[in-house]
Design a binder for this molecule. Structure first.
Ligand SMILES: [Zn+2]
Length: 335
């Protein structure tokens, strides 16, 4: 028996090693293969990149993801422009007919830093873009639970040992002993977001006042200004739940209501929607139920051809990518 099982495991182990070697070899040679050659051979469709905010100074974002500084954002765009052309017309028909050597810039969450830093840079370089907005966050009236979690994690990490022990004692009914407090806060799901208020009370942090003073989101007026300057707008759900954490009915409500609100508020002649956190947890029936309200969906699976009859476009995250060409060479070679 032992002999048979060890004989049987050899091919798999070898296969894994060969696959690992293949990945390492491809990673090593990726910078040597011109991006144009990879695009011509793979024909992945237009590169649809997405970025959130610009700037690393906000305590509520630092714990969640890396983001570009204004300088690294400019450098990333300029490197990209040397190899690819921006798609100039972002109408639905034009997006559907875009070539693989064209790119579309998109920005998620409607962050004020994208309005302040990204929009002028895009204009200077003649790059159109789509901004995906959560209407629930307009004018900082309803707070993003992930930003609350990020802010609280930041505050918790600054506590002394004694302060942390006191906080644990205060929240002993809520937070398991085995879990570091900052990790616990960052793991709180959308449906349990009321717990964030309990932690904030325990920490004596005025989350509402801090977020209202920081104003992380664009105002309606700023979004109108983007529109007047020729940028496109889309919806990004009402208040950014992770779709794996909510029912299908709620997924449909979040997508349809936010899209209708964006269309009505800005008189949009098109209906674009980008999934918050991507489309994991979404079934085919979701598309059947939202088809009458949404023209096209954007998700986060990388640089690849659109799915579902050209209705779902995939996007590549470039928030933390300083060398986009090397990154894209590797992505395409490994795909
Ligand atoms: Zn988002």
């Amino acid at each position: 028996m032992i002999q048979a099982s060890s004989r049987g495991s050899w091919p798999q182990a070898i296969q894994r090693r060969v696959a690992g070697f293949g990945r390492r070899a491809k990673n090593a040679i990726a910078p040597l293969v011109p991006l144009k050659l990879l695009i011509d051979s793979k024909q992945p469709g237009p590169l649809i990149l997405f970025v959130h905010g610009i700037g690393k100074d906000k305590p509520f974002i630092n714990s969640l993801y890396d983001s570009h500084s204004p300088e690294s954002f400019v450098s990333m765009l300029d490197q990209l422009l040397r190899h690819m052309k921006p798609l100039e017309d972002l109408s639905l028909e034009s997006i559907r007919n875009a070539r693989s050597d064209q790119f579309i810039a998109t920005f998620d969450d409607g962050l004020r830093s994208a309005y302040e830093y990204a929009a002028p840079v895009l204009e200077q370089r003649g790059i159109p873009a789509i901004f995906f907005i959560n209407p629930g966050f307009f004018d900082d009236t309803n707070h993003f639970y992930r930003f609350e979690a990020g802010l609280l994690a930041h505050k918790i990490r600054a506590l002394s040992h004694d302060q942390l022990a006191k906080l644990r004692h205060r929240l002993s009914a809520v937070v398991p002993d085995s879990v570091p407090m900052d990790q616990y806060v960052l793991s709180i799901k959308y449906v349990d977001r009321a717990l964030l208020t309990q932690v904030a009370d325990g920490l004596q942090v005025e989350m509402k006042a801090i977020l209202e003073a920081e104003k992380p989101f664009m105002s309606v007026q700023q979004v109108k200004d983007l529109q007047a300057r020729g940028f496109y707008l889309g919806a990004h759900s009402i208040d950014h739940p992770r779709f794996t954490d909510i029912s299908e009915d709620e997924q449909v409500r979040q997508a349809v209501v936010s899209t209708r609100e964006m269309v009505a508020k800005f008189s949009l002649p098109y209906r674009y929607f980008a999934f918050p956190f991507g489309s994991a947890g979404v079934k085919e029936s979701f598309f059947n139920m939202t088809r009458d309200d949404i023209d096209v969906f954007f998700t986060t699976s990388g640089w690849k051809r659109p799915d579902i009859g050209g209705q779902v476009f995939h996007r590549e995250a470039l928030d933390a990518v300083g060398e986009p060409i090397r990154y894209l060479q590797r992505m395409l070679l490994l795909s």
